[in-house]
Design a protein around this ligand. Sequence first.
Ligand code: UN1
Length: 509
Amino acid sequence: MKASKPKASSSTTTKHNYLNLIGGHWQPAAGGATFKNRNPADTSDLVGTFPASTVKDVDAAVRAAREAFKTWRLTPAPKRAEILYRTGTLLAERKEEYARLMTREMGKVLDETRGDVQEAIDTAFYMAGEGRRMFGQTTPSELQSKFAMSVRMPVGVIGMIAPWNFPMAIPSWKLFPALVCGNACVIKPAEDTPLSTLNLVQTLMDAGLPPGVVNIVFGFGPEAGAPLVEHPGVDAVSFTGSSEVGRMVGQTAAGLFKPCSLEMGGKNAMIVMDDADLNLAVEGALWGAFGTTGQRCTATSRILLHKKIAGKFTRELVKAAEKLRVGNGLNDGVQMGPQVNQQQVETSERYIKIAREDGATLETGGKRLTGKAHANGYFFAPTIFSGVKSKMRIAQEEVFGPVVALLEFKSFEEAVEIANGISYGLSTSIYTRDVNRAYRAMRDLEAGITYVNAPTIGAEVHLPFGGVRKTGNGHREGGTTALDFYTTWKAVYVDYSERLQRAQIDTGE
Ligand code: UN1
């Protein structure tokens, strides 16, 4: 199949009324309903109106994907990869435009939205390379004149449900490996960040992706997400979001025998030993806890401090947090944007109350920002609790906001025990100059990711991403590990002996 030539980004609709993409056509939801996407830094700024899809739209999208899969699976992987490569190039050209739109719909500061687009670019180029690898194995057969190999086959149609905190990067982690492996996709972006996924998919189309290979249905979980998981035409489901919703997705998928990849929450610990470079650790903590307004599943939400340095570290961190400039992420010099919506602010508020009732000490923050510059947005002050004990809810439950808990320990062993004493297991970090301790941490911290002398955020696209326990269900995004979810193994035997050879029985020759 010939991919069409890249062309300039074509507008999907007029006047910011955006549409679903089904079988290559931009169209409204069958029921005609829409929802509004507003700027969380200034809710009077309407980013656009999007279709509120239902089961009918999901059904149409899945049918379109099934149809497109018939030819896409036969397109040679290196050709599929060329489209991804062109997508990477086009995304690089559009990086600034897409980053600005992303800050407008999601809130995080421009540096970070540029990073988000960059993560999609990196994934495009990395997965384009897989088009000429995607290795299987050949292995000797136990019988004469017989050839044995294993090959990766596409799974079929993948249903994808994406979160709002990395509105382009995370959809790219799902779409690009799925596409290079020969699958067709239906994606439901988060209702808070539909435009960034639309921009990503528009770029794929501009790079020559055939119609129907990727379809978008906008809308909400119960009306659009659930029917996607349940649809008999969907062969596998990839979900990133909360553990609460992930459990429902996983249970539904299990009942239908669908492979299902779940990437969910975290309560990520940074351990600061008494021999750490304290300035470096404070800088890392500030970035890990308040970058993306704490709205990363990898956010540094617990900082475990050796008692010898706890006082000094706390004072320095509080000082630095109070200096953070919170505001509209499009403005120069702003370091932390708003939370994404009212519900997230309420969650932060709820946890402030819980932490206080449980006996933690509020060092700074703890409230919504309502001054003139913050009046129209969902701004929350960078918040630090000290005196936190491991059993407290603020040390156990994910807040997904700019709220960090400081705990103290007396020995490395105790620090590891506290770090591991949670129901999640995504990311961990240790600051130390002792190489032996660093290696022991790499061995003993129970999580999908461990950083040494860096905070808990900052995963790169060519390594496995995911975690243990309530964080995931055993799959990984990123790296070659992503291919394991988007392909299914087939063992192939070719007998060229021209006689019946019975495995395990005809072993004498
Ligand atoms: C997330 O935390 O939700 O590792 C994804 C990071 C980013 C991706 C984070 N590259 O922090």
